[in-house]
Write a protein that binds this ligand. Structure first.
Ligand SMILES: Cc1ncc(C[n+]2csc(CCOP(=O)(O)OP(=O)(O)O)c2C)c(N)n1
Ligand SMILES: [Mg+2]
Length: 316
């Protein structure tokens, strides 16, 4: 078994956590021009999977994709500039937090509409097959709410039927906005549904970044070796903050702080951080803090798009 560098994992986990904490801190100033759906608490899923991928692999995410974008190597300066609505942003300031894209590193984009990028990932996998790329896969990320969309079923069926090189990652944080999975599904059987379409599916408990990495790595290996079609993982995780916005929402009555407690106790940041020598850990943290500071400064001083840009890069 090839073991992953704990330094690499910690750097990525810490960087995403701190970027999002800074976004939450700055948000009340209104400098950030778009709604933000934070991944704080869920970083392990994106980090574990992305570390198992290669640069040429393509990932497709949701409106909650800061973690995925950063974990896959997306440019931090362009991300913060995009949140600020600046011309230097990943989408020239026209997409905001929910539409981050960095094709250079295989971050193929995200969408505010639940479920929409699932068939895009499957289509990308079909293109990989047609082109005969042997060392490339697509990865589709969606929430437990994404499973409720009709297009999820169509995509599962087609990917399995054509044995496409795609990994499906369901980030199950139990909630679609304020609705618990119990209120939406007669049975908590997402993996059984995926299996019914004809693909192996596994539920990974506990937001365990090492396990997620190892499972994704093996899945990629099996797919690229031609030994498997699509593979499905349901990664159990937990959103610490509110559905959208910088704060928390334990006063809303749909969930309790008690429910959050075990997830905080099991936080993957200190878990992996404690495996490092303290000096090494501090050096990583210092470097990340410098990078974050520079990224926000870059966004601050970047220009807004010009009025003449309003209709450029518009599809129709
Ligand atoms: C097609 C569609 N239906 C409804 C919505 C409203 N909506 C936005 S986020 C969301 C919940 C999705 O939950 P989940 O897929 O579990 O993702 P999470 O927010 O938990 O990451 C809903 C219903 C939408 N954006 N698109
Ligand atoms: Mg959810």
């Amino acid at each position: 078994m090839k073991s992953i560098s704990h330094e690499t994992l910690y750097r990525s986990l810490y960087r995403i956590r701190r970027v999002e904490e800074e976004i939450a801190r700055v948000y009340p100033t209104d400098k950030i021009q778009s709604p933000v759906h934070l991944s704080i608490g869920q970083e392990a899923v994106s980090v574990g999977v992305a570390e198992a991928l290669k640069p040429q692999d393509a990932v497709f995410g949701t409106y909650r994709s800061h973690a995925l974008y950063l974990a896959k190597g997306g440019d931090l300066k362009k991300m913060i500039a995009e949140l600020y609505g600046k011309h230097t942003g990943s989408n020239k300031g026209k997409g905001g937090s929910m539409h981050l894209i960095d094709v250079r590193v295989g971050v193929m984009g995200a969408s505010a509409i639940v479920g929409t990028t699932i068939p895009q990932a499957v289509g990308f996998a079909l293109a990989i097959r047609y082109r005969g790329d042997r060392d490339r896969i697509a990865v589709s990320f969606f929430g437990d709410g994404g499973v409720d969309e009709g297009v999820w079923h169509e995509s599962m069926n087609f990917a399995a039927l054509r044995k496409l090189p795609v990994i499906f990652i369901c980030e199950n944080n139990f909630y679609a906005i304020h609705s618990h999975e119990r209120a939406r599904h007669a049975r908590a059987n997402i993996v059984e549904r995926a299996r019914a379409y004809g693909m192996p599916a596994e539920r990974i408990e506990g937001n365990d970044v090492l396990k997620i990495y190892e499972r994704a790595r093996r899945a990629r290996q099996a797919i690229t070796a031609g030994k498997s079609g699509p593979i499905f993982f349901e990664c159990m995780t937990y959103r610490w903050r509110q559905h959208v916005g910088p704060g928390d929402d334990y006063d809303q009555g749909y969930r309790t702080k008690k429910e959050l407690e075990p997830w905080v106790k099991n936080d993957q940041l200190p878990r992996i951080g404690n495996l490092l020598a303290p000096k090494k850990r501090a050096a990583i943290e210092r470097a990340v803090e410098r990078e974050i500071k520079a990224a926000f400064a870059y966004a601050e001083k970047s220009p807004f798009p010009k009025v003449e840009e309003l209709f450029t890069d518009v599809f129709a």
